[in-house]
Design a protein around this ligand. Sequence first.
Ligand code: ADP
Ligand code: ADP
Ligand code: MG
Length: 450
Amino acid sequence: MFDKVLVANRGEIAVRIIRACQELGIRTVAVYSEADAGALHVSLADEAYCVGPAPDVRSYLNVGAILEVAARTGAEAVHPGYGFLAENPHFAAVCRAWGLDFIGPDPEVIERMGSKALARQAMLQAGVPVVPGSPGVVESVDEALEIAADIGYPVLIKAAAGGGGRGIRVATTPGELEEMLEAAQREAARFFGSGDVYLEKFLEDPRHVEVQIMADRHGNVAHLGERECSVQRRRQKILEEAPSPALTPAQRRTLCEAAVRGAAAVRYSNAGTMEFLVDRNGSFYFCEMNTRIQVEHPVTEMVTGIDLVKEQIRVAAGLPLSFTQEDVRPRGWAMECRVTAEDPDNRLLPSPGTITELALPAGPGVRVDSGVEVGSQVPPYYDSLIAKVICWGRDRDEARARMERALGELRVGGIRTIVPLLAEILRHPDFAAGRYHTRFLEEELLAASR
Ligand code: ADP
Ligand code: ADP
Ligand code: MG
């Protein structure tokens, strides 16, 4: 096992990783930007070093500065968290070249699955159903028009390197497709570092259901069941639950088996998520793979009892999975609410500032993964997620009631948060009934007022 791990991230996920290291007896090195000098992850780590000014390209994406800290402190491995360098194959390769273990899959696998177009090809080859669309990257307008005519409009133009809900456009006619393609390629090159785009059929009101995969370097691949992530705004998740209320046991089995087959086919190791879209008939289609720990991993931890971050570290150190597929027996129900610093009364605009008051919920079945404390600055430079509230119940109703109770206990002073909107979602009859799809939030709660 490692003696010392560098955590190349900030906020709640850096805190989460530090906690896992502490439980494993591993010393931790934090890095931070000038804007985060007083951050919680900095005070919780054994050592912390500033790696540059606030903008992420100069600090949390500053590979040279981060590796220098790793070398200076004698860290043996790097945990990238999510976002920032987590899905950057070059970073994973450079870590390797510096003799550091990257806590994630091999660079070759990140590269292949990180391109959403190449990942589609890999899954097609593995016999996993994929959203109808182009077999790979689309090069020309003529090619795009031909494929779109075949799959039918509307179609999505997606950036192969896109993520976080960005880099996706809808074309409803051949004219629109022709008009948008080049702009999409240009924008993708500028924002994601690759101009590659591909086409997908636009599915009507699908559900987003994803499967958690964990694999080691000894050929063991297991799934830890699925998560339902259809409560979204601008294609970004806001509230997630496990299991999905939409699947029958037979559908769940088929979906999870397909995810394992796909991961095994690319010789995946470490934690990963296979994202699927499920249509009204219950047919499912692979959408993309995230080759990292995800924001919503705690709901899976709550129902399986398996610590995914510790498992990631163990696997990166060369140990086999600490459990077998048969050991994974999800129990009860879990939900997660993402508490972001955004103003629900003002079009959900970011609400940075200083946290002047903080009361976190507690009590039976409640877990809070927070990256802040009283006095913390919420800088305007990064993702607005400040904390996650996760609740477990014996069944869905108990988990939901607990979440309503927990959100009622949460007080955040000094900044605005989306908690009022989260409470509205929990109370909505369609959500309470488990009947919702990826456009539920925008159609039901955000359409008129925001
Ligand atoms: P999850 O499924 O874990 O919620 P998200 O897609 O919401 O994943 O991304 C988690 C974090 O990673 C967010 O901060 C998001 O902005 C960031 N992120 C994900 N993919 C990219 C990308 N390709 N480029 C920039 N940021 C990304
Ligand atoms: P990202 O890499 O940004 O996470 P995804 O490809 O995972 O992008 O898509 C994000 C969300 O966009 C999905 O969860 C879903 O709500 C919506 N979406 C993506 N592809 C389709 C599609 N083909 N049809 C309908 N909605 C889609
Ligand atoms: Mg996605």
